[in-house]
Design a protein around this ligand. Structure first.
Ligand code: TXA
Ligand code: MG
Length: 316
């Protein structure tokens, strides 16, 4: 019998050559990052970009994040401002995506940015993706490695389950953070479009002014952000203190009893641990065919804000 996970490969020098061959030819591949797994293809290849949208079943109006090894690479494609450099110097490489102006003349495939004049750029920190970016010398468009509106992948097996044998996945173990990057808009009024591990507080300290969330803004700044997302497609009830035995109960903290249907994000009330477990638990619960998910309150501070953001969207 063929191993159902036979499309997962380890990261070694032989496979690095294979990965580079695939990417250079306009192929796509599942790769680890410190936030979640990405579905990567050359940002300069229309073939790769078309394939990413097709395999993910992603609406064309939802732009992709372009991932770079370093500033020198990025400066070829985008116009960067002083605020960008201030944040970049403190927080990149890392789990933050900057929305910046695209140069008029650039090699980025227009479809990757949904034909917008702006582009989301990120410098990931994970060692595997950095070594790949350093070797190929072109940027990678890389949305989260899941079917559109479904749960992001935090392990190579998740990616394999999402796309079956349509893509090869590089094994980088469990994602360290477990939740997608913070997205900050640096064009016009600065705002946070998607909360993540990097908090507004950290950004305010660097820029020395207040930064608001733009999520409730009437203008659809981040097309992927307002509708249902990150969802196991099971009804979710928020802020629950108890849960019937037949439903899945996602909890946080030590006061909740250990039962067969309970999934504790962090018994020691550690929000980083909770973020790392969230999508993992969503996927287990979905695979165990529970019909409803109850979720206990989760503190709305630090990365807890991003956890609550994803849970609310998943519940829509
Ligand atoms: O952590 C991450 O950011 C992961 C890893 C793989 O890097 N990637 C990721 O990509 O989450 P994706 O495609 O799942 O989410 C990208 C988000 C979408 O909500 C999209 O609408 C927004 O970034 N975005 C991209 N370009 C944009 C732009 N020019 N203006 C506004 N929002 C943009
Ligand atoms: Mg996504």
């Amino acid at each position: 019998m063929q191993n159902i996970y036979s499309n997962i490969i380890n990261f070694n020098s032989n496979n690095l050559q294979k990965i580079i061959r695939i990417l250079k030819k306009g192929g796509i591949i599942g790769l680890p990052t410190e936030t979640v797994y990405g579905l990567a293809g050359s940002a300069y290849s229309a073939k790769a970009i078309n394939r990413i949208y097709k395999v993910k079943n992603r609406p064309n109006k939802n732009p992709l994040i372009i991932h770079y090894y370093n500033l020198k690479q990025a400066e070829k494609d985008v116009i960067l401002n002083e605020k960008f450099y201030k944040i970049y110097n403190k927080l990149s490489p890392g789990p933050i995506t900057y929305i910046v102006k695209k140069k008029i003349k650039t090699n980025i495939c227009p479809k990757a940015c949904s034909k917008l004049k702006t582009v989301g750029i990120r410098f990931p920190k994970n060692k595997i993706i950095r070594q790949i970016l350093k070797t190929i010398k072109f940027p990678l468009a890389m949305p989260s490695a899941n079917k559109s509106s479904s749960i992001s992948s935090v392990s190579p097996i998740d990616v394999s389950e999402e796309f079956k044998n349509k893509v090869i996945v590089v094994n980088g173990g469990y994602s360290k953070i477990g939740i997608e990057s913070t997205v900050i808009n640096l064009v016009g009024k600065i705002s946070i479009l998607r909360p993540g591990k990097i908090t507004p507080n950290q950004l305010e300290k660097i820029l020395k002014h207040k930064i608001n969330f733009a999520m409730s803004s009437k203008i659809l700044r981040s097309p992927g952000l307002l509708k249902k997302h990150y969802s196991p497609n099971i009804p979710i009830l928020l802020n629950q203190k108890k849960c019937p035995k037949k439903h899945a109960f996602i909890t946080f903290g030590k006061k909740y009893p250990v039962t067969r249907n309970s999934f504790n994000l962090s018994r020691k009330s550690n929000l980083n641990e909770a973020a790392k477990n969230l999508y993992k638990f969503f996927r287990i619960i979905k695979n165990q065919k529970y019909k409803k998910i109850y979720i206990s309150p989760i503190p709305n501070k630090g990365i807890g804000y991003a956890i609550n953001d994803r849970i609310i969207r998943a519940a829509k």
